[in-house]
Design a binder for this molecule. Structure first.
Ligand code: C2E
Ligand code: MG
Ligand code: MG
Ligand code: MG
Length: 280
């Protein structure tokens, strides 16, 4: 009796794998239709300059809300979009939507700050990326100087030559460039020196315990000092408490983003942050 009811580790493992694979497949199938069904939308999170306490930028973050009301987080569906190549049309949608929204704000004379879009590795290595961005800028009337691009550090590591070429082309379009999730990708520092970028964003995994974990504090300190030595700005993401803010301010971090200021909110809610000094 006992042997029968006891599951082997293997069976247990494979059943878990099945549930996981099934979920992956379900997301993939749904995602294929999400664009045409209009189920993707953007939320916006403000970035605050620590010298002026002004909102100096917005990050557009994609959300997938099915017509049946199911919300899936990008941490779940972006990796699947990357694996399947669906990230290319999804990414195009995100860039176009962010540009159209910025132009609407601009035409309503709301004086919107620059808006940033995220570019993940597969998207970054897609040969049509630059042409797509150029086409979107032209057809939306976007001011390219107000479009920021956040490229994950891991996307810039595979092929340094190609990376340099793409970043140079983006720079030539007058875009501002951020390296996202900085510190997680083990990119070499010599390369960072050569990249034509404006800022690095320190990954929130280093910020979480920065006050209690000495290693994290050392890493954050080193990133800020290195970036400043290279005349690159530093943004810290995932700032949730005043104590974290005070620490990052002390280290000379240039900009912050996080729930302390605001979680990502809708396009109409984020307007309340435009041209505001934030009390921090
Ligand atoms: P990311 O670009 O590093 O964005 C930061 C993430 O941290 C966002 O999660 C944001 O909502 C969250 N966050 C911001 N402040 C705080 C905070 O104070 N505390 C905590 N715990 N979290 C905070 P989100 O929106 O779920 O996005 C997750 C990731 O998915 C993004 O990380 C980005 O890599 C990817 N992603 C989101 N939108 C897009 C997109 O349009 N295209 C691509 N390629 N990737 C995207
Ligand atoms: Mg980002
Ligand atoms: Mg990030
Ligand atoms: Mg991240």
């Amino acid at each position: 009796y006992q042997a029968k009811s006891k599951r082997s580790g293997f069976e247990y493992f494979s059943e878990e794998m099945n549930v996981f694979a099934h979920e992956q497949l379900e997301i993939e199938n749904g995602l294929r239709q999400a664009l045409e069904k209009g189920e993707l939308l953007l939320m916006y999170q403000p970035k605050v300059d620590l010298r002026t306490n002004q909102v100096v930028g917005l990050e557009a973050l994609v959300r997938w809300l099915t017509n049946a009301g199911v919300l899936t987080s990008p941490d779940k569906f972006i990796p699947i979009a990357e694996e399947t190549g669906l990230i290319v049309p999804i990414g195009r949608f995100v860039i176009r939507e962010a540009c159209e929204q910025w132009v609407r704000w601009h035409e309503a004379r709301l004086n919107p700050p620059p808006v940033a879009v995220n570019i993940s590795p597969r998207q970054f290595s897609d040969l049509s990326l630059i042409a797509d961005i150029l086409e979107i800028i032209k057809t939306t009337g976007m001011n390219p100087a107000m479009l920021n691009v956040e490229i994950t550090e891991s996307a810039t590591m595979d092929d340094p030559e190609m990376t340099m070429e793409i970043l140079a082309e983006m720079r030539a379009l007058n875009l501002h460039l951020y390296i996202d999730d900085f510190g997680t990708g083990h990119s070499n520092l010599g390369q960072l020196r050569r990249l034509p970028i404006d800022a690095v964003k320190i990954d929130k995994s280093f910020i979480n315990d920065v006050l209690t974990n000495n290693d994290d504090a050392e890493i954050v300190t080193a990133i800020i000092n290195l970036a400043h030595a290279l005349k690159i700005r530093v943004v810290s993401e995932g700032i949730e408490t005043k104590a974290q803010l005070a620490f990052l301010r002390e280290l000379g971090c240039d900009e912050i983003q996080g729930f302390l200021v605001s979680k990502p909110v809708s396009h109409s809610q984020v307007e309340t942050f435009f041209n505001k000094t934030i009390k921090l």
